[in-house]
Design a protein around this ligand. Structure first.
Ligand SMILES: Cc1cc2nc3c(=O)[nH]c(=O)nc-3n(C[C@H](O)[C@H](O)[C@H](O)COP(=O)(O)OP(=O)(O)OC[C@H]3O[C@@H](n4cnc5c(N)ncnc54)[C@H](O)[C@@H]3O)c2cc1C
Length: 277
């Protein structure tokens, strides 16, 4: 099948992209790497009147340092992150996550911002960046605002990004010394979307363990658990009341899905077991 007819415009600047989004000329869609939007257009799952290409905008392809964070342009590709072309303030988690997304041809074009805006529950960045406490920077007619990635998804393929807003960058916090992270993607073969994702972050200064379970049927599950005495050997020891974790999975639709529940628990345990500085 081929896409329905649409107009195409290449945005000259972020402000131009926002202007086109709000032009009122029918249904306007932003285009980044096209790795998701391309197939959706061809299957006519989405039929925009106008496609606004933001993939070549300088502002969305640069990175910069901010106090305590690295700001990564939304159109930075997974491959650029995998190859270390962007500083990794986590000591390796960004590169690890990027390298596990699809295969190289997709990573060469697919972008961190496009992935977050699409909010596929099985997407890697949504869960990984939620664990890291990262935020997105949005630009709209009223100016800029930030949204925590842990609060971005409102369900499967649904976010709090407004129709007139563009995701311009992702702010990834520099992890304090001693912080440990782990990420585990459960999938049948390399390059597949995840069946389950486990991500953990332990911040010893705050005595806080964050456990994220992704590839659910909606937003990732984010649990912040106090571990004041340092990090024990196993997730069970760190979270003595594992019932909290299981209940969270049940609340997200896994009560009648013992296999799904089991693989999510496995992914979380493996992320914990592999946690490193
Ligand atoms: C075969 C295949 C396997 C894949 N496997 C994985 C995988 O294992 N893990 C994984 O995480 N992903 C996977 N993906 C998805 C891939 O990561 C895509 O890169 C990603 O979903 C979309 O990024 P994109 O830049 O191509 O966005 P596009 O396809 O261009 O756009 C996607 C959506 O985001 C919107 N959008 C894009 N940029 C912005 C912006 N700056 N502001 C606001 N809205 C914007 C678009 O309007 C559109 O709705 C796979 C894709 C393919 C084709």
């Amino acid at each position: 099948m081929k896409a329905a007819r649409f107009d195409y415009a290449r945005a000259r600047s972020l402000a131009h992209a926002v202007e086109l989004l709000g032009s009122g000329d029918g249904f306007v869609k932003l285009l980044a790497g096209g790795q998701t939007l391309g197939p959706m257009l061809n299957l006519r799952l989405v039929q925009p009147d106008l496609l606004v290409d933001v993939s070549k905008l300088v502002e969305t392809n640069l990175w910069s340092e901010q106090e305590g964070a690295i700001l990564i342009g939304a159109c930075t590709t997974h491959a650029a992150i995998e190859d270390g072309k962007v500083p990794d303030p986590t000591g390796g988690m960004l590169a690890l996550v990027a390298s596990g997304i699809a295969y190289r041809a997709v990573r060469n074009r697919g972008t961190i911002g496009g992935s977050l805006a699409h909010a596929d529950p099985a997407a890697d960045w949504l869960s990984a960046l939620a664990a890291l406490g990262a935020e997105i920077v949005l630009l709209g007619p009223a100016g800029e605002r930030r949204v925590k990635i842990a609060e971005l998804a409102k369900g499967a393929f649904a976010t709090s990004i407004g129709d007139n807003e563009i995701l311009r960058a992702v702010a990834v916090p520099c992890l304090p010394k001693g912080t440990r992270w782990g990420y585990y993607k459960f999938c049948r073969k390399a390059g597949d979307f995840a069946e389950a994702i486990g991500a953990v972050l332990h911040d010893p200064r705050r005595g806080m363990l964050r456990v994220v379970m992704g590839a659910t049927n909606g937003a990732p599950i984010v649990l912040d658990i106090a571990v004041p005495g340092g990090l024990p050997e196993t997730l069970e020891a760190a979270v003595p009341d594992m019932a909290i974790v299981e209940r969270a999975l049940d609340d997200h639709g896994f009560a009648d899905d013992p296999y799904g529940k089991a693989v999510h628990l496995v992914a979380a345990r493996r992320a914990f077991a592999e946690a490193r500085h």
